[in-house]
Ligand binder design. Structure first.
Ligand code: FE2
Length: 386
């Protein structure tokens, strides 16, 4: 697996050995969801998750076939899009998958080059390089397909200083719930089909120049009933991390199979968003009605000091408070992390969120996988999908 080495070539903080940062990616630009009712979804994300109104495109801005609400919290931008008539191809996506992530947009220096380089390496084109202009400048976007019907759009915005993208107008609202402290997208996880994980790992290596820097097999990720496998892909500077999961055989149906059954294809399983103060963020989210998975048993919290070892001394958070909020804790050689997972945020048991606070740890909470999956299994049991 890849080793981290220092590299200042792109002025970025670090690069993984073996990664070819030919794009390079500077961060997550936005995440676009196709949803059944964008107006209501935007209200939910503002009210429950503390997003702020940013931009809008629809009939009032000359767009005839769809409406998009753009919301923002610190560095996170979400776009919620709904078709306005039955002819829109977005309906096909909605009918098949329900509400879900269509676009994981990546911020690049050069969208034409990103398209050429990835298509040359085998990517299936989604959108040829396209220049969009308005009075604030121009944006170049291009796109390729990844797993399922999900796409990556490369966004080059160095010659643009508008609110979001050409075609959008600023969305000013009188309703502005306060942010809850969400900062940036830490990682986004894809679920792929049986036996497909390695093929997508290779795709991210070959097409995007990513490296596989962590792997978990079904012996590490299992409960009494179900199992899965996961490999974490990262771009060179470590700003983009995409773990990829596939189901593994267990006594009962794994959560990955449940996802694939209900999303009816591979797709984005969860978006992990970072906070600097998870106790405050989760307290606020709970007060606003966000539903989280149930807490691990008390014994889990009693084991934390032993599991954290030396990192326990640097832990500032109160364990009782952590337990009360059902937050989970894990550690690696470099530090610890705090994390919690929501229930699915739409009617189908598909996409959910993770709230994560990293205190030096670079992992993904492998020490919590068992407790987490047991909690998910309790939900599956209720749904009759275990
Ligand atoms: Fe995660």
């Amino acid at each position: 697996m890849a080793k981290e080495v220092k590299n200042v070539e792109y002025g970025l903080e670090k690069i993984f050995e073996g990664a070819q940062d030919f794009l390079p990616l500077m961060g997550t630009d936005y995440v676009e969801f196709y949803v059944g009712n964008a107006k209501q979804a935007a209200h939910y994300y503002k009210t429950a998750f503390g997003y702020q109104s940013l931009a809008y495109a629809g009939l009032e801005t000359g767009v005839k076939d769809r409406v998009s609400y753009v919301i923002k919290q610190d560095k996170i931008r979400l776009v919620l899009t709904t078709p306005l008539n039955s002819n829109s191809p977005i309906n096909d996506h909605l009918r098949k998958h329900g509400d879900g992530v269509k676009v994981v947009a990546l911020w690049v220096e050069d969208a034409r080059k990103s398209f050429e380089e990835t298509v040359k390496r085998g990517a299936k084109p989604f959108m040829e390089p396209t220049v969009e202009k308005d009075e604030h400048g121009e944006v170049v976007r291009s796109g390729i397909y990844t797993y399922g019907e999900t796409v990556h759009i490369f966004v080059e915005r160095k010659n643009y200083n508008g609110t979001f993208l050409p075609g959008y107008k600023e969305w000013k609202s009188d309703y502005n719930p306060t942010p809850v402290g969400l900062k940036y997208v830490d990682h986004m996880v894809g679920n792929v089909g049986w036996g497909e994980m390695n093929q997508w790992v290779k795709w991210y290596e070959d097409v995007m120049g990513f490296v596989n820097f962590l792997s978990f097999d079904d012996k590490q990720i299992h409960t009494e009933y179900s199992a899965l496998m996961s490999k974490v892909m990262s771009n060179g500077n470590g700003r983009i991390k995409f773990p990829i999961n596939e189901p593994a055989k267990g006594k009962k149906k794994s959560q990955i199979e449940e996802y694939l059954d209900f999303y009816e294809s591979p797709g984005v399983q969860h978006i992990a968003v970072a906070t600097d103060d998870i106790l405050k963020t989760v307290t606020e989210l709970r007060a606003r009605g966000v539903e989280f998975l149930s807490a691990p048993p008390h014994a889990y919290y009693e084991e934390i000091p032993a599991r954290l070892g030396v990192h326990m001394e640097m832990m500032k958070e109160d364990l009782k408070e952590i337990e009360k909020l059902a937050i989970m804790v894990d550690a690696d050689e470099e530090g610890y992390l705090l994390q919690i997972f929501t229930k699915p945020v739409e009617d189908r048991p598909t996409l959910f969120y993770e709230i994560i606070q990293r205190m030096g740890a670079k992992g993904f909470g492998a020490g919590n996988f068992k407790a987490l999956f047991e909690s998910i299994e309790r939900e599956q049991e209720k749904r009759g999908t275990l």
